[in-house]
Ligand binder design. Structure first.
Ligand code: SF4
Length: 262
């Protein structure tokens, strides 16, 4: 029985039921990761450091944030990192992360946004019932002190959302549900994506009707997965380009050996 779902677990089920099974039912954890994800985590850590300093009324220089990035990159580097795009070396991704941080720093300094927390973990119910619990992590939350919130998400990947796609995206909207469930006197919530490679910011809002639609939709997705498990679902592998970034090749019936990109 899966007690808590997350936006990414629901998305994994949609992309490949077999991968979902290995990760969330069989709970097979692997250290393997793609270099894009590795770089993204380090950039997140550097920005987390930046805002933790800002919240403590210290404004670090860009050099200080870069130093943090270098430190966490070196500290976390390991030998199970996959590079699918063979034409790029680790240095390429390292420098891409540096460029993301530098552009973000230059655009947002002196960081007078009313940040109240970073990497905030939420556990919440989609519809007030314990049967539909979810969890998620907000990269950053801003609050003006008057009930107006902003949920910020940093994206270090190549994929950028159009305004239309952001207006339909479920991840930050689910965080809005979590926020409204956990905090009192929430007057407004702005959803904010930072596409770091492009130094672009996209904003969106959800009204109550849209949130209810998302609640119903998420509940149906959870029901669908539970029903599938109960009926002895086969969790069929779904082959796609994403297999290159999957680390369950040993477990997957349509793959052989270990992911060759590691
Ligand atoms: S290798 Fe591909 S098909 Fe197999 S579990 Fe991973 S994503 Fe699914």
């Amino acid at each position: 029985m899966i007690e808590r779902f997350s936006y990414s677990s629901l998305e994994t089920y949609k992309k490949c039921p077999a991968q979902f099974r290995f990760r969330y039912i069989d709970k097979i954890y692997k250290n393997d990761e793609g270099i894009e994800a590795f770089m993204g985590k380090r950039v997140h850590e550097a920005l987390e450091y930046l805002y933790e300093e800002v919240m403590a009324h210290r404004l670090p220089f860009m050099d200080g944030v870069m130093e943090k990035y270098h430190e966490v990159w070196d500290k976390n580097w390991h030998d199970r990192i996959a590079i699918v795009r063979k034409e790029n070396k680790p240095k390429f991704y390292f420098e891409l992360g540096e460029r993301c941080i530098a552009a973000y720093y230059r655009t947002h300094t002196p960081f007078d946004q009313p940040a109240v927390g970073t990497e905030i973990e939420f556990v919440f119910s989609v519809n007030q019932s314990k049967d539909y619990m979810m969890k998620g992590i907000m990269d950053r939350l801003d609050h003006d002190g008057n009930g107006n919130y902003e949920i910020h998400d940093y994206k270090s990947g190549k994929r950028m959302l159009s305004q239309n796609a952001a207006d339909k995206d479920g991840q930050l909207a689910l965080y809005q549900i979590a926020l409204q469930h956990s905090y009192e006197n929430v007057k407004s919530v702005k959803l904010v994506w930072h596409f770091l490679q492009y130094n672009q910011t996209i904003y969106s809002h959800r009204n109550e009707e849209q949130l209810n639609e998302l609640r119903d939709n998420t509940k149906s997705r959870i029901d669908g997965i539970r029903e599938y498990i109960q009926n002895g679902g086969a969790f069929i592998p779904k082959k796609s380009i994403l297999c290159n970034w999957c680390y369950y090749w040993e477990e997957c019936s349509i793959k052989q050996g270990t992911n060759p990109y590691i």
